[in-house]
Design a protein around this ligand. Structure first.
Ligand SMILES: [Zn+2]
Length: 118
């Protein structure tokens, strides 16, 4: 995961350059230029870096930590209609099957889903 500040010089000269939280070719969140606010996307968006310039900033947990964490949490619908919350980093699920056996099918579904391209 990287924090990228856009440094492209736009022809208009007035285009503000935002800061992006990027994972591979996906954008997880961004910070509009000149603000301390982070806009988080529920689903990562494709991030096109063609013909643009960026400089990498230090990953600041106080700014981006929540967004980075949320990307690891996936909601999976169970066969009985309930929705379970799976954390793909700690590999845990909120279903009863996981509580008793320490594993369940939702983990596999969530792992697959979190790699899905949009
Ligand atoms: Zn489960």
């Amino acid at each position: 995961m990287k924090v990228l500040q856009e440094t492209t010089k736009w022809k208009q000269g007035t285009q503000p350059n935002h800061v992006y939280l990027v994972d591979g070719d996906k954008m997880l969140a961004y910070q509009p230029w000149g603000t301390g606010t982070v806009v988080h996307f529920d689903r990562a968006l494709r991030f096109d870096q063609a013909r643009r310039k960026f400089s990498e900033l230090v990953f600041d947990h106080t700014v981006w930590g929540d967004c980075a964490q949320q990307q690891h949490v996936v909601h999976v619908a169970g066969s009985n209609g309930a929705v379970y919350t799976v954390d793909t980093v700690s590999a845990t699920c909120t279903c009863t099957g996981f509580r008793y056996r320490g594993s369940c099918k939702h983990l596999a579904i969530a792992a697959q889903e979190s790699n899905t391209t949009i």
